[in-house]
Ligand binder design. Structure first.
Ligand code: C5P
Length: 221
């Protein structure tokens, strides 16, 4: 084989997207941020006033959704019905609600199909929650990237500026609450795949994590 698929799953704020983006860049692969896809569905549902409990409305919403993932030098741009929503997807409103929309079966089925299609050609680094367990169960390399909740909150906290300041303790609570929803949902919950390599990055920096995953990927070729 000359190209493989790499699945990187784990809880919120473990550095998955930063790591996945850099691994993809080093290998010349395409990075796919599946969290951004769930965030895009959330943003659209919020704009249309659809609640997470309105399953039929969500089914129609994802049936007709026009979602484009465009690889860029910085990672990935998301176009929602021809509007660049990449920045908006990181808002607190979306972050606070995304796990509720992500538990819906129609949303998961539709996005899972799109994700499998994206990975058909191989050479994909995909990050999310259920990639190794459900979306790409045959991925050649699976990594479960985690870190203590305190460390994950500290990292997020360091990225904040005056305009979007949130106390550390509050960040920690929000991250823990989102993990709990993702871990306890009925469909495709967040869990380490049996054949995934567990990587606790609490005491590793990004370069070390990236180098380790790149090395693992080379051993699969
Ligand atoms: O990775 P990110 O924090 O952007 O993901 C946002 C949310 O999207 C997660 O908390 C989870 O609820 C949902 N998600 C998911 N399955 C994935 C990726 C993300 O349920 N594969």
């Amino acid at each position: 084989v000359d190209r493989i698929n790499i699945a990187i799953d784990g809880p919120a704020g473990a550095g998955k997207s930063t790591v996945a983006r850099q691994v993809a860049a080093q290998l010349g692969y395409v990075y796919v941020d599946t969290g951004a896809m769930y965030r895009a569905v959330t943003l659209l549902a919020q704009r249309k006033g659809i609640e997470p409990s309105q399953s039929e409305a969500l089914r129609a919403l994802v049936r007709d959704i026009d979602l484009q993932l465009i690889p860029t030098a910085a990672g990935q741009m998301i176009m929602l019905h021809n509007e660049d929503v990449t920045e908006q997807l990181r808002s607190r409103e979306v972050t606070a609600q995304v796990s509720h929309y992500a538990s819906n079966e129609h949303v998961r089925t539709k996005l899972g199909e799109m994700q499998r299609q994206l990975a058909e050609q191989k050479g994909i680094v995909m990050d999310g929650r259920d990639i190794g367990t459900h979306v790409l169960p045959n991925a050649e390399l699976k990594v479960f990237l985690t870190a203590s909740v305190e460390e994950r909150a500290r990292r997020r906290h360091r990225e904040l500026t005056e305009s979007n300041y949130v106390p550390l303790k509050q960040l920690e609570e929000e991250i823990a609450a989102r993990d709990k929803l993702d871990e306890t949902r009925e469909i495709a919950p967040l869990i380490q795949a049996g054949d995934a390599i567990l990587l606790d990055s609490s005491h590793m920096n990004i370069e070390e994590v990236v180098a380790y995953i790149v090395k693992l990927s080379q051993s699969k070729l």
